[in-house]
Write a protein that binds this ligand. Structure first.
Ligand SMILES: [Cu+2]
Length: 291
């Protein structure tokens, strides 16, 4: 929902600038044309790149290629009414920004990925707004109609962005009492057979796939030494991190990894996959520690 909205905002803004350029191309010189198509290419590339990076977790190569094509196409379209230099400038900026947008999502910490996309969309729309003001100034037009009134559209978009921004930041709050957790740092490669979730055995098997943990609701008793095994049945690597604690188990596709954990205080803990976008795609498990 969030991703679709952010993508729609970029397309709306791009379409808005492109329509203005098409209507008033007679008054625009080469420099303005290049500046416009470069801004549109870069901003739509970054926006589409970061959004698809978040939407297609685990498929970064495909997301990168897709974003480069989409960014390049946006730059090309915005340059078309303004001549060859603008087309080249727009296309190249779009290709490059599409790649950088996707890579940015790989680089930022997963819990910050949503915020990054939203911040980019706020900065991006502000820049496109400035480009629109530049175009207005250049064409010396007193515009009637929606396309010529940037203030109205921009305030609407800004309102949407802030709404989503606050919604997303409230989702990212992390519970937890890390200081009550004793973590034994003994990550072992294990080829243990499936052991199920029999509580008396103090062994817990969590399966990872694209993009879920099974089970995703787990109960353990306080002060029990639990051997947690992450069985990655997926096609890409996954991990399991108990948020706010040092527990982090990483398993390559088709592999199992185990680690011991002991919770010394009852409460609710959240376990997530920290690979970019995986948590957002559903890789979250809740651990209830009972007395
Ligand atoms: Cu994962």
């Amino acid at each position: 929902m969030l991703h679709v909205t952010v993508l729609a905002l970029y397309l709306l803004l791009t379409g808005w600038v492109v329509s203005y350029v098409m209507i008033h191309r007679r008054w625009l010189d080469t420099m303005i044309g290049m500046m416009t198509s470069m801004s549109v290419g870069m901003i739509s590339g970054l926006g589409i790149g970061s959004t698809t990076g978040l939407m297609l977790p685990g498929y970064f190569f495909q997301a990168t290629v897709l974003s480069m094509l989409a960014g390049g196409l946006c730059g090309l379209i915005s340059g078309l009414p303004l001549g060859m230099l603008a087309v080249l400038d727009g296309t190249l900026s779009g290709l490059m920004a599409g790649m950088m947008g996707t890579m940015l999502i790989i680089m930022v910490p997963p819990s910050f990925a949503h915020t990054t996309v939203l911040l980019l969309s706020i900065v991006g729309s502000a820049i496109l707004f400035a480009v629109h003001l530049l175009l207005l100034q250049e064409t010396h037009r007193e515009q009637a109609g929606f396309i010529g009134k940037p203030g109205v559209l921009f305030s609407m978009i800004a309102a949407f962005q802030f709404l989503f921004f606050f919604q997303a930041s409230s989702l990212n709050s992390t519970p937890l009492s890390a200081e009550h957790l004793h973590h034994h740092d003994s990550i072992i490669e294990s080829d243990l057979a499936d052991m199920g979730t029999d509580p008396s055995s103090n062994e817990l098997l969590i399966k990872a796939s694209e993009f879920a943990f099974t089970p995703n609701k787990i109960e353990v008793a306080v002060n029990d030494n639990v051997l947690v095994t992450l069985d990655n049945e997926g096609k890409v690597e996954h991990d399991l991190e108990v948020v706010g604690t040092g527990v982090h188990i990483h398993a390559e596709a088709g592999h199992k990894k185990s680690d011991n954990i002991r919770f010394s205080k009852p409460g609710t803990y959240r376990a997530v996959c920290t690979l970019p976008g995986h948590q957002e795609a559903g890789m979250v498990a809740i651990i209830h520690v009972k007395k």
